[in-house]
Write a protein that binds this ligand. Structure first.
Ligand code: MRU
Length: 363
C-alpha cells in the first residue's frame, strides 16, 4: 500500500538485514527500523513493533533467516525457532511460518541455509501479499451485496482492532475487502472500534484508512452494539489470530462481544483470514487456543504522544487497583456468518473449511 505516495510493505529484506515499519510509533510518526539479528526480530514481535497474525508469521520467518547468518547448525536452527515461537502465543501464523522454515532448512547443509532461509522468508512474504489481495477480491462482493441491500448512499462496515495491511505483509485481511471496494468506487464507510487497551483501531486502522482515503469514524469499543441496534451497521468484518478447523475464531479481545451483538441484531459477521491462520490441529477454540495475557499496565495506563513527540503514558486507575489483560477472545463458530479466505467465502464450520481446503483438512 502507499504511504505519502510511496509503495510500502510492512517487512522487507534490506542489505543483509530486515526492515520493518515501527508500529509502536504510529499514527504519530512513520518510522522504519532495521532488524539485524534473530534477537532483534524476537524483540520486535514481543514488543509489538510488528504485530498482526500474518505479519508475525513473516517476521518469524525473517528472524529465522537472520539466525542462519550467525549459526546455521541444526542446534542454531532449533534454538532460533524456539526463541521466536516463545514471543507471542496466540497467532498460529508464527508457528506455521517457523515450521515451514524448519522443514525447508533442515534438509539442507548448514552452508546453504542462510541464502535459502532469506529466499523462503521472501516467498512467505510474497505469498501473504497475494493471499490477502485474493481475500480482498472475495470480500469485496460481500460489501457490494450489503451496499445494494442497504438502499442507502453508503455501506457501513464495522471492524475491530487492526486487520489491515499493517497486520499483514500487504493489503490486510479484514480491511482488504474494504480497500478493494473503495478502489472499485463503492461508497464504503468504516466504523473503527478503538480497541482498548492498545488501541490498534484508533491508532493503526484509522491511520491506514486515512492514508487510503476511506471514510471512517472511530468509536469506543462499547458503541458497536448500540449502532447495530439502530441499523447503522450493514456488516462486520474482523481478522483472526487463530481459527480452528471447525471455524471457531480467535481474535483481539472484544471481538466476541461484537459477534454477540451482531447475532442479536441480524447483522452479518465475517472473519477474514488466510489458510495460514487456520490451526488444523484443533477443533474447540475455547478449550485449545492459548490466550496471551499481557501486562496489566496496558489497562491501568493510556499511551499517547505529547506535543514534543515523546510517547507518554498516563495512569487511569488508582495506584493499587489490580488489572487483567487477556489480549484475545474466541468467537464460537455459531456466531460467525462466514469466513473470507483466499479461496473464497465459506461457512464457519469443518465442512465449510474442508470444501475450500480439502488437503489441509484431511492432513
Ligand atoms: O495484538 P495484535 O495487534 O497482534 O492483534 C492483532 C489482531 O487481533 C488482528 O485482528 C489479527 O491479527 C488479524 S490480522 C490480519
Amino acid at each position: 500500500m502507499q504511504v505519502e505516495g510511496r509503495d510500502f510493505r510492512t517487512i522487507w529484506p534490506d542489505r543483509g538485514h530486515v526492515s520493518v515499519i515501527d508500529q509502536t510509533r504510529l499514527p504519530h510518526a512513520f518510522e522504519t527500523v532495521s532488524l539485524r539479528s534473530m534477537e532483534d526480530a524476537a524483540r520486535a514481535i514481543a514488543d509489538m513493533v510488528v504485530r498482526g497474525a500474518p505479519l508475525i508469521g513473516a517476521a518469524g520467518a525473517y528472524g529465522a533467516a537472520l539466525a542462519m547468518c550467525d549459526d546455521a547448525s541444526d542446534d542454531g536452527l532449533r534454538r532460533a525457532c524456539a526463541r521466536l515461537l516463545a514471543t507471542r502465543p496466540t497467532a498460529v501464523n508464527l508457528r506455521w511460518g517457523l515450521e515451514r522454515m524448519e522443514r525447508r532448512l533442515a534438509a539442507l547443509p548448514a552452508s546453504d541455509r542462510a541464502d535459502a532461509a532469506f529466499a523462503e522468508a521472501a516467498a512467505i512474504a510474497d505469498e501473504d501479499a497475494e493471499t490477502c489481495a485474493a481475500i480482498g477480491n472475495h470480500g469485496e462482493s460481500l460489501i457490494r451485496a450489503a451496499f445494494e441491500k442497504s438502499g442507502r448512499d453508503r455501506v457501513n462496515v464495522l471492524t475491530h482492532c487492526n486487520a489491515g495491511w499493517l497486520a499483514t505483509v500487504d493489503w490486510g485481511t479484514a480491511l482488504a475487502p474494504i480497500y478493494k471496494a473503495h478502489r472499485a468506487g463503492l461508497p464504503v464507510h468504516v466504523f473503527v472500534d478503538e480497541t482498548r487497551p492498545r488501541n490498534q483501531g484508533a491508532s493503526l486502522t484509522a491511520w491506514e484508512l486515512a492514508q487510503e482515503g476511506v471514510a471512517h469514524t472511530v468509536i469506543v469499543d462499547n458503541a458497536g452494539g448500540h449502532l447495530m441496534q439502530r441499523g447503522e451497521v450493514d456488516l462486520c468484518i474482523v481478522g483472526s489470530d487463530r481459527t480452528t478447523r471447525a471455524g471457531d475464531v480467535c481474535n483481539k479481545i472484544g471481538t466476541y462481544l461484537k459477534a454477540l451483538a451482531a447475532k442479536d441484531c441480524g447483522v452479518p459477521f465475517y472473519a477474514a483470514l488466510p489458510a495460514s491462520t487456520v490451526d488444523w490441529r484443533i477443533v474447540d477454540g475455547l478449550r485449545d487456543i492459548p490466550i496471551e495475557e499481557r501486562s496489566p499496565e496496558e489497562v491501568t495506563h493510556l499511551a499517547g504522544m505529547a506535543v514534543d513527540g515523546r510517547v507518554e503514558r498516563v495512569r487511569l486507575t488508582p495506584q493499587a487497583t489490580p488489572a487483567r489483560n487477556p489480549a484475545f477472545d474466541v468467537t464460537p463458530s455459531r456466531l460467525v456468518t462466514g469466513l473470507i479466505t483466499e479461496r473464497g467465502v465459506c461457512d464457519a464450520s469443518a465442512e465449510g473449511l474442508a470444501s475450500l481446503f480439502p488437503a489441509e483438512a484431511k492432513a
